[in-house]
Ligand binder design. Structure first.
Ligand code: GLU
Length: 403
């Protein structure tokens, strides 16, 4: 019998992907499921990107590319971040990866040692801790509360840091809460990092994959805009997936110090090689629309958020204390239902409620346990208005049956 190693035993299947697959499977079986699981926009990839992919095919751009990615795309990304953040990156600072996910897992693989600590503010995107654990590093979870707007405070950060701290993850806009770090909050975090005795050896991982999904005229700020002194120790991770409805194309990237990017390329050369050539050429055309599509997506999601907010007001026991300012999720608190039961089943956690919704009402949500907070559930608003209303009306009925 083939023995699996310890690394794989330490981690779990991605809960967000597992639940998305479960919802798809139930739909395929003909079940009338409403899925609030999707971590992907429901609009199609815009035509200018699809046309660029067709062009690449017609031109025969179907061979290996440089492992690190095509120059055209890396240069465009360097220019984009230079213009937005006032930096001086070149293509050498950029690697194209198989989605944002590979940029993070690869970054961890080339920078972390077993026993290193990675600071992760909760609620967090489900994959961060497991990615760290795969390397044998230790996630150090800092809980943030709704009353703090789910924003990491400098005090909490300081208390959680030790001489083994190797990395800190900042995710703004946040999955799952939709919180957006203000300039002041980012400055305060940067100041705290710089005050630590091991400041120079701490890496800041800035996951900005939702950077263009912002509501209410808000703005996305990157820690590098607020603290350029962190330039040599910060890596930005992002992707085209959420911004341009390209989840299936798998084009992500990391931008950071040249030696780190080169190490990631070395790692990638021995593991997956380049990202699909056609997908890279397609992505290289994305920004040609001057962010028109991401703006359209944001306004669409903001409209749906409005529907969700007004529906939620009519469901006693559910709360959304922090209105999402970006991304496309609502992290709805369900503690108000704890202790209640229906049909002999008691609700004591978000998972219990999620199971109840799935089994009795065919509504699929991601319970907060997946994000390190068992008092809430994540609803994706990347679903049609009809599904949103239908799903929330089922949730209302489900809650009304609890006593
Ligand atoms: N990031 C999305 C989510 O949180 C997509 C699935 C995944 O890779 O986690 O649902």
């Amino acid at each position: 019998m083939i023995q699996l190693n310890q690394a794989i035993a330490r981690i779990q299947d991605s809960p967000t992907l597992a639940l998305t697959a479960k919802a798809k499977q139930l739909k395929a079986q003909g079940e009338d499921v409403v899925a609030f699981t999707a971590g992907e926009p429901d609009l199609d990839t815009p035509d200018h990107i699809k046309n660029a992919a067709k062009d690449a095919l017609d031109k025969g751009l179907t061979r290996y590319t440089a492992v690190i990615g095509i120059d055209e795309l890396r240069k465009k990304l360097a220019d984009k971040y230079n213009a937005a953040y006032g930096l001086d990156y070149t293509a050498k600072n950029v690697i194209i990866t198989n989605g944002g996910k590979q940029s993070l897992s690869e970054l961890f693989a080339v920078t972390l040692e077993p026993g290193d600590e990675v600071i992760i503010p909760a609620p967090y995107w489900a994959s961060y801790p497991d990615m760290a654990m795969l390397i044998g590093a230790e996630p150090v979870i800092i809980e943030t509360t709704a009353s703090e707007g789910y924003i990491l405070s400098p005090e909490a950060l300081k208390n959680a840091c030790s001489d083994r701290t190797k990395a800190i993850i900042i995710n703004s806009p946040s999955n799952p809460t939709g919180s957006v770090y203000s300039a002041a909050a980012l400055k305060a975090i940067a100041k705290t990092i710089k005050s630590l005795p091991n400041a120079e050896s701490i890496m800041v991982v800035s996951d900005e994959v939702y950077e263009h999904t912002i509501f209410g005229g808000g703005v996305h700020r990157s820690i590098l805009q607020e603290a350029p002194e962190l330039l040599e120790q910060t890596v930005i991770s992002s992707a085209f997936s959420k911004t341009y409805s390209m989840t299936g194309w798998r084009v992500g990237y990391a931008i950071g110090p040249v030696d780190v990017i080169a190490a990631m390329s070395k790692y990638q050369s021995q593991t997956t090689s380049n990202v699909c050539s056609i997908a890279q050429y397609a992505a290289a055309s994305a920004f040609d629309d001057n962010l028109a599509f991401p703006k359209l997506l944001s306004s669409e999601f903001e409209k749906r958020l409005g529907i969700l907010l007004s529906e939620l007001e009519t469901i006693p026991g559910l709360e959304l204390p922090v209105k999402p300012q970006g991304a496309f999720y609502a992290f709805v608190r369900v503690e108000g239902l704890f202790g209640k039961s229906a049909g002999g089943k008691k609700i004591s956690s978000a998972s219990d409620f999620a199971d109840y919704l799935l089994e009795e009402y065919k509504v699929v949500v991601v319970p907060g346990e997946a994000f390190g907070d068992s008092g809430a559930m994540r609803l994706s608003i990347a679903v049609s208005e009809d599904s949103l209303r239908k799903g929330l009306s089922r949730v209302r009925e489900a809650v009304s049956k609890l006593s």
